[in-house]
Design a protein around this ligand. Structure first.
Ligand code: AMP
Ligand code: MG
Length: 470
């Protein structure tokens, strides 16, 4: 059966300077590791035969209707502006409209050099490809906006990093790959016509009700506030929330040095390159505001009445902390069984988090155990927890069904870092059983199926750092 993807491309019709046409570079010996059939069906197509899928998702065969291209963008990396980034190891094959009516990009990541590769080889190795596959699909199952994984293939070629590793390509699906950095590149170059075209395109594609640049800023800010607080509610640390990794659609994008934390700590950092802890767990809301300030700066260039626009943009960005707090309260309120938490509940949630931090309690398992006998076992200082629980239970007396609220807000399984690491080590030897096991268990994160995967790592199992995976 041939692979028949119903491409319907729009980005390729944007002005020439937005991208470079670029075919993927063929690889030696493609072999299919994974194909996400449910996602393919959502995208309005079926699989093909295994060999054909391997050829297509490795980039050896360009499917009919695709118009492969590498997108231009810029971005602030760790606070410093880099005037030109762009898809250095990815190509957009094209777009499809799914059975749900949503337009999505299909992109190959690790598909060879492009004009934006700078000194990079345009490739990816198996470890980061499988990490992104597992973690992005886990994020989806948790109900948090994210890019998704359609396929993973091995290339049969080595990729050289600290050592030689097996090469791989990930097929990534996103509502779009527009980033804050896509706006920045045109704003910084003073290409205002292109900036206007991009703004119109983004509005039409993502926020059709938005009336102009400031309304777009408002919508993206709301989406980012929701996203970041959703991450925090599952203990996720993105690790590299640069403006080029900050999506206009409000999806999680770029699973590099990310991780879900085990023991709760506000200051937690996993990324080996984040030496200043810029992207630490509890810094993420501030970073979202910072990123939206950069988007605002770019969009302001389109204003005819500059003074009024500056005032409006400032108001939107300044409203973000309150929005983040409201979203945080909603998420964390639900985690302790409160349907509609109010500011007066904030201190109680914070008290629990502080007890967890002091005792090194496991974030996921503590919340999952709330309301059961074993909750106190997650703490060293059980009397302190009991005292907290007395206040908490008094508050829950006003809630209709706190257990149902908690069950829907507290996953029992997350992609733990030591399991991801173990899965990668095993895959390198050619054994994909742990990869498949993780995917299966993480597909239903609120159901206790593979309970062995729920366990927090022992001291010896802890994987404290993650690497960018480039
Ligand atoms: P990331 O850290 O994945 O957000 O990537 C930042 C920038 O570096 C993007 O422009 C990437 O396309 C580029 N990049 C990362 N790895 C490679 C690579 N192996 N070859 C070429 N470009 C890369
Ligand atoms: Mg990136």
């Amino acid at each position: 059966m041939p692979l028949n993807i119903p491409f319907d491309n729009t980005y390729a019709d944007l002005p020439e300077g937005f991208f470079s046409s670029q075919n993927p570079t063929p690889v030696k010996a493609p072999s299919l590791i994974a194909f996400n059939k449910d996602l393919a069906n959502l995208l309005s197509f079926d699989g093909g035969d295994i060999d054909e899928m391997a050829q297509t998702f490795a980039g050896n065969v360009v499917p009919t209707g695709a118009a492969p291209l590498a997108q231009l963008y810029a971005g602030h990396q760790f606070g410093n502006y880099n005037p030109q980034l762009g898809d250095g190891r990815a190509v957009l094959l094209g777009e499809v409209v799914g059975t749900d009516g949503v337009r999505r990009d299909i992109q190959l990541k690790g598909s060879g050099p492009t004009p934006y590769s700078r000194n990079g080889d345009g490739r990816a190795w198996l470890g980061p490809v499988l990490r992104e596959y597992v973690v992005s699909e886990a994020m989806y199952a948790l109900g948090i906006p994210t890019t998704r994984a359609l396929a993973a293939v091995q290339t049969g070629e080595p990729v050289f990093r600290e050592a030689a590793f097996p090469g791989a390509v990930l097929t990534r699906v996103a509502r779009s790959h527009l980033r804050v950095g896509t706006f920045q590149v045109f704003a910084h170059r003073g290409q205002l016509g292109d900036l206007q075209t991009l703004t119109d395109y983004a509005i039409q594609r993502h926020y059709p009700d938005a009336t102009g640049p400031m309304d777009l800023l408002r919508a993206v800010s709301a989406a980012q506030a929701e996203l970041i607080t959703a991450w925090m509610s599952v203990g996720f640390i993105h690790g590299v929330m640069n403006t080029d990794n900050c999506s206009i659609s409000g999806e999680t994008i770029d699973y590099g040095p990310c991780a879900f934390m085990d023991a709760y700590s506000e200051r937690r950092v996993f990324s080996s390159i984040d030496r200043g802890a810029r992207y630490a767990f509890a810094n993420q809301p501030d970073i979202a505001v910072w990123n939206m300030a950069q988007l605002a700066t770019s969009l302001l260039q389109l204003a005819t009445d500059k003074e009024a626009a500056v005032e409006e943009a400032t108001a939107i960005v300044h409203a973000m902390p309150a929005q983040l707090e409201a979203d945080w309260l909603k998420r964390f309120g639900a985690k302790i069984g409160i349907a509609a938490a109010t500011p007066s509940d904030h201190a109680m949630i914070e008290d629990l988090l502080q007890l967890m931090e002091k005792d090194g309690s496991d974030f996921t398992n503590t919340f999952a155990a709330l309301g059961t006998e074993s909750a106190r076992d997650q703490f060293q200082d059980r009397e302190a927890f009991d005292a907290w629980a007395t206040t908490w239970n008094a508050r829950l007396a006003h809630e209709a069904d706190p257990n149902a609220i908690m069950a829907a807000a507290n996953p029992v399984i997350i992609p733990r870092n030591h399991r991801i690491e173990e899965m990668i080590q095993t895959a390198v030897t050619g054994d994909f059983a742990p990869f498949e096991r993780l995917n299966k268990a993480l597909a239903t994160p609120f159901e206790a199926t593979d309970t062995d995967l729920h366990r927090a790592p022992s001291a010896a199992q802890i994987v404290p750092a993650t690497f960018c995976g480039t």
